[in-house]
Design a protein. Structure first.
Lengths: 187, 187
DNA sequence: TCCATTTGTTCGCCTTGACGAACAATCGCT
DNA sequence: AGCGATTGTTCGTCAAGGCGAACAAATGGA
C-alpha cells in the first residue's frame, strides 16, 4: 500500500492542487485571498516547489471544498467487475463459512471485496480490524443478522449495512443460507 | 463536507499519529530512525505542537504503513442500515428511471448510497461527476449493462462493478427490470 | 488604441519547522 | 539494589516555508 506512493509528496500535490483550483474556476489570487494565504505560496506549490505545511494545505483543501486526501493521494482506480459465484475460495475457512477474496483493490485506494457465503444457522465472529476499517455489506440472498457484536441488525436481500470494523462484529444466518458482498475499506 | 474539519490540523493529527505509532508497537526512537526524522520532531508532533510539513507527515505515514489520510482526517462513521425497497423516491427521475438517495453519509466520509431501479430495455446516461468520484454497483435483481460509456459491462444479480465516475457512463437494462445498489464515493 | 485590472511568477525578509545534543525518567537485566 | 540501555521531552542552531512587494503578461473595456 505504501510502496505505491510517489517518491516525493509534491509530485502528486502540485498537479492535484492546480487541477482542483481550476475545477473550482477561481484564480490564484482569489484562492489566496479566500484561504488566507499568499499567492506566492500557492504559485510555488503549483509549480512543484517547496514542501507545504499541513495547515497550509489544509487551508487550501477547505477553501476549495475538496477532501484533504485528494490533494495528497494519487488519482483514481478504474473499471473492475466481479462476477457473482466466481469467488476463488480462499483461506480463513471456519466451519462451512467461506469468504472469498474477490479482489484486492488497486494501489492507493485500499479496498477489498469479499463474497461471503454463510451456511444455515451459523454464527461467525470477527475480531476487530485495524483502525479506520469500514465494512459495507450488501445482502444478495438469504437473510442474516450482522453488524457490531453489540448491535447486530437483521438483513434481507438487497439490504445494505455499513459499520466500523474497528470493533468485534458478527454474521449469523437466519435463513437456510445467505450470501453477501462485503466491501472492506482500510481507508 | 469541509465544515466538519477540526479548527486546526494538529488537533486531529497529534492523537492519530500517536495512535498509529502505538498500533505499530514501535518506540518514538525507532520510528524516528526508520522514517529518517528527528525524534524531537515526532515528539513535538504527538504533543500537539508545531505544524509539520507534508513530506514529514508523508514519511511517517509511509513508515507506519498507514494511509496518509488517516493521519489527517477525523475518525470513522458507524452503523447504518438501509432496507431494500425503502428508498425515498427522489429527484432526477428520467423516464421511469428512479434513483432514490438512500443515505447521504455522515460528515467526513462523503459516500452516498442509492438504490436504482431501471425499467425494461431502457438506457440511462450519466454525465461525468466530479473528479475523484468512484462508483460501486451491486446488482440485486435483473440483468443490466453498466459502466463507463466506452466500455460497459454486462451484470447479473450478485455481480459487483466499480469504476471511476469521472467519465460519462451508462446503465442499460437487459432484463425486464433491474435493481441495484450504488455506492458513490466523492472521496 | 490606451489604460486599468487581473493574471501568475520572482524577489528579500522574517518566522518557523526540523535537526542533533543534552536532558530526565523508565525499564531490564545481573 | 545497581547500572546500562532505552524511553520521551526540552534546548539552541540552521535551513526552509510563508509572507508581502514588486514585477511582467495577459485580459477587457471605453
Amino acid at each position: 500500500m505504501s510502496d505505491s506512493r510517489a517518491a516525493t509528496a509534491l509530485e502528486v500535490i502540485a498537479p492535484a492542487l492546480r487541477h482542483a483550483r481550476e475545477d473550482a474556476g477561481i484564480s490564484l489570487n482569489e484562492l489566496a485571498k479566500r484561504a488566507g494565504l499568499a499567492k506566492s505560496t500557492l504559485s510555488q506549490l503549483e509549480s512543484g516547489a517547496g514542501n507545504p505545511s499541513v495547515e497550509t494545505l489544509w487551508a487550501v483543501a477547505a477553501t476549495l471544498e475538496v477532501p484533504f486526501s485528494r490533494l495528497v493521494e494519487p488519482p483514481a482506480p478504474h473499471v473492475k467487475v466481479i462476477r457473482s459465484g466466481r469467488a476463488p475460495k480462499l483461506g480463513s475457512e471456519q466451519g462451512d463459512f467461506a469468504a472469498g477474496l474477490l479482489s484486492s483493490c488497486p494501489a492507493g485506494a485500499s479496498r477489498d471485496l469479499y463474497e461471503i457465503t454463510l451456511p444455515p444457522e451459523q454464527e461467525r465472529h470477527a475480531e476487530p480490524h485495524h483502525r479506520g476499517t469500514i465494512e459495507h455489506l450488501v445482502v444478495t440472498s438469504g437473510t442474516l443478522r450482522a453488524g457490531p457484536a453489540a448491535e447486530p441488525v437483521e438483513l434481507e436481500p438487497g439490504d445494505y449495512l455499513t459499520f466500523s470494523g474497528e470493533v468485534a462484529h458478527v454474521y449469523r444466518t437466519l435463513s437456510r443460507q445467505a450470501t453477501a458482498l462485503l466491501i472492506m475499506e482500510h481507508k
